[in-house]
Structure formats: C-alpha cells, structure tokens
Design a protein around this ligand. Sequence first.
Ligand SMILES: [Zn+2]
Length: 442
Amino acid sequence: MHKSRIEYVLYHLGLLVELEGVRGYIVFGDEAKADNKCIYFPVSVTDFDIKKVIYLEDDIPILFPVSDRFRYYKQEGGSIIFDHDLISSAFYLLSGLQEFDSETARPLNRYSWQDSIQKKLKITAKPVVNYYFEIIIEAIEKFCSLHDLRFRRKYPFKKPVLFMSHDIDRIKCYNFARFKMFLKKGKFFSALEVIFKMILRVKDPWWNFDYFINLEKQHEVKSAWFFLGKGIRHLDAYYSYQDKQISNVISKLQKAGHEIGLHGTIRSAYNSEELQKNLTELQGVSEHPIEGIRQHWLNYYPKETGEIHSQSGLMYDTSLGFHDHAGFRNSYCYPFKLYDFEQEKMQEIWELSLVVMDGSLFDYQKLSDQQARRFIGELKREIMKFNGIFTILVHNNFVGAMSRELRKQRKQFYKDLLKSLKKDGYVSYTGSDICNLIDRKE
Ligand SMILES: [Zn+2]
C-alpha cells in the first residue's frame, strides 16, 4: 500500500484522536518490526475481492481480511495486534476507489448505487468507516493505558449535525417549456393547467423561498442554497444570477443567516473555466464569499471534478451522494477529503457527503411516504451514534408540487422531518460553519 494512502487514513483518524504520542509505536505490514511494544496493522497484499469479505460484530464487513479470525485485534504482551487490514478497508471506502476504477461516461452518466460495493455488501445505510475508526481508537486507548501514555479523543461535533440544503434548478412551474413537456408526454390536462395558470398569473409554487425561510426559522435551521449557473440550454439554469428577483432573494436568504453556494453546471464538472465563470458571477451578487459547491445532477468524474474543485479555492463540495439511493456513498458521516489517485495525494477540498436527496427516496427508490420516513429514521440513528453530519437535499420544487394534494403531503413531510431531527438533538449548521468547526485548531 502506498505510503501516502496510509497517511491519508491516519489524517482522518487524527481528527478524532490525538496520534502524536503513539505514532512512533504504530507498525504497518512488517511483522518483523512487531516487537513487544507496538500497535501492529497487517497490510493486505492482494487486490479487493468481494468473495473474501468477512463480517464481524454489528454486521461490519472487513474488505481486506488477512486471517480467518472473527475478531478485530488482540493484546499480546505490551502490543496490540490487529487481525485484519482495517487501514486498506478504510482507504477503499473513504477515498471512493471503486469509482476511480469504473468508467463514468460523459456528460450525463453518474456513478450508480446499483454498481456500488455499498449495495453489494448491504452497507448503504451504515457509515462503516466510522465503525472501523471507533475500533482503532479503542485499541489505541488500550495501548496508551498499558504504557501510561497520554490518550485524548477529539470530538469534531458535540451533537449530531443537520446540514440542510436546497438546489435551485428551476424557479418557474408555469412556463412554456413545461407546457410543451407535458404535451410531448401526452399529459394534456397538466399542459392545460400550466397554460391557464400562466395566463392567470397564478402564484408559482416553485417560488417558495418565504415558505422555507419561515419554516426553517421556526425549527432553528440555517441551510445552504445552491444556485445553478448558465450553461447548456434546457439542462442548466433558465434564470441568471443578475436577474433582479434572483439577486434579491440571495440577499434575503443571506440576511436570514443562510448560506449561498454554487450549483455547478453540467460542463463545470469537467471544465474549470466554466466553473470559474459561474463562480465569479455568483460571487458578484453575494455579500459573503461563496465557499461550497454541489454539482447539478450530482455529476462527478473522479478523475477530473475533485481536481477542478480543489483548484477553484472553494472550501467544500457536497455532491457525493448516490443519485439513485439515499445512504453513505463513502461510508462515512464526518467531513473528509478525497484522494487524488493519479498524483497519490490527498485533495485540499472538504467533502460533505450527501446522505438524503428527495428524488432518491421518491423517484428512484420509489418509497411511500411511510417507507421514506422509516429509512430516514434508520440513517438518522446511525449518524447519532457518532455525532456525525446528516446532509439532506430538499428541492424547492419537491415541496412545490403542482398538485395541491401532493404539495400538502410533502410540506407535512418536510415539517415533520425538521421537527424529528430537532427532537433527537440535531443542531443545524451551514456547510461553511461545518468546515470551520472541523478546521479549527485545538
Ligand atoms: Zn440540480
């Protein structure tokens, strides 16, 4: 295993526990060096093979087992000896190595949950890397108490964190393009409804910023709003940042304490000039620095997008969730950094992995209202075990459904979601708040 891959895992572990005092005792792979005072991690020399995966307690899979023992480690004399390669297992999941190995076609294909190891190993709803790190920290604590060394845990967050976000793709439900779209699909009544409401200038249900601002204020939620740039016609935004109504609403959101971020256009995921152009335009109408990005449609090309994001000077990305399934795409519920496999180094930018998107639950997984609530409950409880980050995306047009009945149901869904998170002790932070908290020097 490349040395900087080991360092990458230790960097993330080091955000959760002080490693300075024990770093000199940690030995990787070389059994000859595993004397009577060390923490020994075996390093697997074989490639990942799904048939070899074993499951330990809590149904946690070990991706790189190196023995047939069903335990994580043992204490032998003054040493802690791990039985399996947890470092490679953590690296594989956290860095998103599986995605680098797969070919994602341009411009519209995305890495699918259907192809993922999370689906195959049935760990989509479990932040497995957090579990690995807890085991390693427990072992470090044992080692420290054996040798009277200082042991100190670090807690990035004191409570579970809600990172609520909204992507603004479209702002007009009643317009000519939607009229044509319904006609094409043979939905004549919907087409007629759109055209009548356009003529009658009925209040557009997708322009619902006040609804969000008021409801979120009641539940002490500050969210991040990702505004889409101009790019490819009909795929990227119809609106522009300079439109008076957009720049006014951006200012209103910021005054209410919300964050404004960039929703990257289709091309911006592989073209840094387009990303820079949109970023400069959005910055021009924002009172605060733009620090976060989420790619439209969650487009992400592991060989290009991370590098482009890192060069942009943005502080975080929040594109990495499966578009077709809620859960943990990198099996981790804290902020983390991605890995540049070509240059063998950690990337600069933080990733705040997306856990739940409205469309994943209802359009792809096709869950009922009750099933969606149950699945969110499962994810919520996992995140609470670690005081991790629950990143949620709710679109303006999700709660602004055209049918009054559906609109009412979805507004209830959203309200209940905010209520239940608050009841469970979640605190709301924006993306830039979260990065500042994890970046602070202790
Ligand atoms: Zn979008």
